[in-house]
Design a protein around this ligand. Structure first.
Ligand code: TMP
Ligand code: ASP
Length: 238
């Protein structure tokens, strides 16, 4: 598959056209940002880890009945994916209070929630990705009612499957962010990435953070945490 022109460069990935109008190549960078781009840095080896981890988890989710954009891993940093129109929502699922949830609702980080929660942010950097509810999503014509239902069903299924998988690795899935897209026929599929950039992953015994919070909060050992979480995944993925 030939890599064509670069169509888009985001904070962590570049997207290229291919010979096939329905397929794109995603290339993962080592660049890291936080707080809507205010904090910038590099995490050596992150692109390789995020590419391989996201692909492994998407293959697992496909097997469990969640359709994804994943087609084929091309090399360490690049993956062939189905072209989608991204639904401009960050879909966030939480099992344990942390981050903005702890701040908004005054809940100590690490508190187990009585039930998993879902929330939506409007993907818009100029506005700082504001939280929105389902009525806002419909009013702003970001997704239809049916699409929201599909997205919620898939997001909670992803949570159950990933929670169970990470548990086998001795890792607690605290929360994560998903993005969905529409194929040309309108089918909703899971898109973007699932990685330590987009999930909170804590060692089950010590609650040590093995994700991007080490970068966001200047905790040190960032590269080591990405390597540790990847090696746990590699020794447990089927
Ligand atoms: P939050 O607690 O900061 O709202 O983050 C919730 C989850 O979403 C956490 O796992 C990190 C992830 N996340 C992203 O992937 N992208 C973002 O832009 C933000 C703010 C969070
Ligand atoms: N929002 C992303 C994060 O904190 C990156 C960014 O905001 O620049 O994970």
């Amino acid at each position: 598959m030939n890599k064509g022109e670069m169509l888009y460069e985001g904070k962590a990935k570049r997207v290229y056209a291919t010979d096939d109008p329905d397929l794109l190549i995603v290339s993962y960078k080592d660049d890291a940002t936080a707080f809507n781009g205010l904090k910038k840095g590099t995490i050596a080896g992150k692109g390789v880890i995020n590419n391989q981890m996201s692909n492994a988890l998407m293959r697992l989710l496909e097997k469990k009945g969640v359709p994804t954009h994943f087609v084929e891993e091309l090399n360490e940093r690049e993956t062939l994916v189905k072209k989608v129109q991204i639904v401009p929502l960050e879909v966030i699922i939480r099992n344990i209070a942390a981050g903005s949830f702890s701040k908004h609702y005054g809940v100590t980080e690490g508190t187990l929630l009585k039930a998993p929660t879902i929330e939506f942010s409007y993907k818009n950097d100029d506005l700082g990705d504001p939280l929105i509810n389902e009525y806002h999503v419909i009013a702003l014509d970001l997704a239809s009612k049916e699409e929201i239902e599909t997205i919620k069903t898939y997001a909670f299924r992803v949570n159950e499957e990933l929670k169970a998988f990470w548990l086998t690795c001795g890792v607690t899935l605290v929360d994560f962010k998903l993005e969905f897209g529409r194929l040309s026929d309108g089918t909703i599929v899971l898109a973007d990435e699932i990685s330590p950039d987009t999930c909170r992953l804590w060692d089950s015994k010590t609650n040590e953070k093995l994700d991007k919070d080490r970068f966001r909060r200047d905790l040190g050992g960032v590269e080591e945490a990405y390597q540790e979480i990847m090696s746990r995944l590699e020794s447990h993925i089927g």
